[in-house]
Design a protein around this ligand. Sequence first.
Ligand SMILES: *Cc1c(COP(=O)(O)O)cnc(C)c1O
Length: 398
Amino acid sequence: MTRTHGREYLAIPGPSVMPEAVLRAMHRAAPNIYAGELVEMTHSLIPDLKKVARTKHNATFYIGNGHAAWEAALSNVAAAGERVLVPATGRFGHGWADQARGLGIETEVIDFGKSSPVDMNRVADALKADKEKKLKAVLFTHVDTSSSVKNDVKAMRQVLDDLNHPALLMADCIASLGCDRFEMDEWGADVMVAASQKGLMTPPGLGFVFFNDRAAEVRSKMACVSRYWDWVPRSNPTQYFMYSGGTAPTHHLYGLRVALDMMMEEGMENIWARHDRLSRAIWAAVEQWGQGGSLRFNITDPALRSRAVTALRMDAPDATRLREWTEGEAGVTLGIGLGMAEPGTPESHGFFRLGHMGHLNPQMVMGMLGSIEAAFNALDIPHGSGALSAATRVIAAG
Ligand SMILES: *Cc1c(COP(=O)(O)O)cnc(C)c1O
């Protein structure tokens, strides 16, 4: 169906809504990649990326998506035959482990299921069992976008420190960066990966790897690292092409420059506060709907929920019916359930997700929630009342 009126809203957990200013910045002729404005502008991205990551250390970017950033980070610190530990709390934890296996890295996966955070005791046991301290890294998903669980990076650092285990703490912040509070240096993450199309409000196509001195030390002892993924020339380029290992992703960089300008102007604390408030408005509505129907949070405890995405479950096939109604009738596309049930099975129609990352304000969230309420009514799906006013009260409280 082609809609010719009104603005459509993609409320899935990435790609997220892109600001007009970001799109406008990309609409231009091809720039000179050897000298001039593009080169200067690219230099200016690095300090701002570090501010977003809350690190004083190194920032690199790659032409690629989040999967590329996963592989880039791994390629610098672990070789085929070496081992990593992966506490998995959803589809993305398993995805990173699989990416490691593709590089010949041995993975020890601890599966915490689809609705629970990492249990630090079990991770500590696995680290203690590694008597020779051979594990090179812990691949730790900050927010798993499939389950919407938020894991405690700082607590993971503490466990490694308490056991005096040298494994690098590598954080996947692809979903959380620019949405949920993340403090790379203060929390002690050695490596962090991110991508452009979520909290960073830029089209998919840029992956980011941040790393500190401990990680650089591990990299320096690697026998060899793929030329393309090697973060050494990218983090300290003596020629412009080294930033990107070849031709720069010119238009993405222009878009990113504007997205970072917007983020610097708002400030990280305000960005996190805005996501918190909008998340709480969504959760207040979900609570009310759940009172009179089957809608439930995938993560029950709000303290363990992400501010970037909310995973929900309800009696199948109502989740799919609801998504189809909001997309077809209201111009709001909600996220499918991911990793909860085999795609296409009857159960898979009992899950959906709300993306609330990046370029978002109260009227967008209220529009999305109002559309969901309309879908409940249009489809005669049982639901509790008072959801929209509960959400407005959160917005009104500021
Ligand atoms: C989106 C996402 C990925 C994958 O990123 P792609 O750009 O789709 O490759 C990995 N991890 C998390 C936590 C994500 O949210």
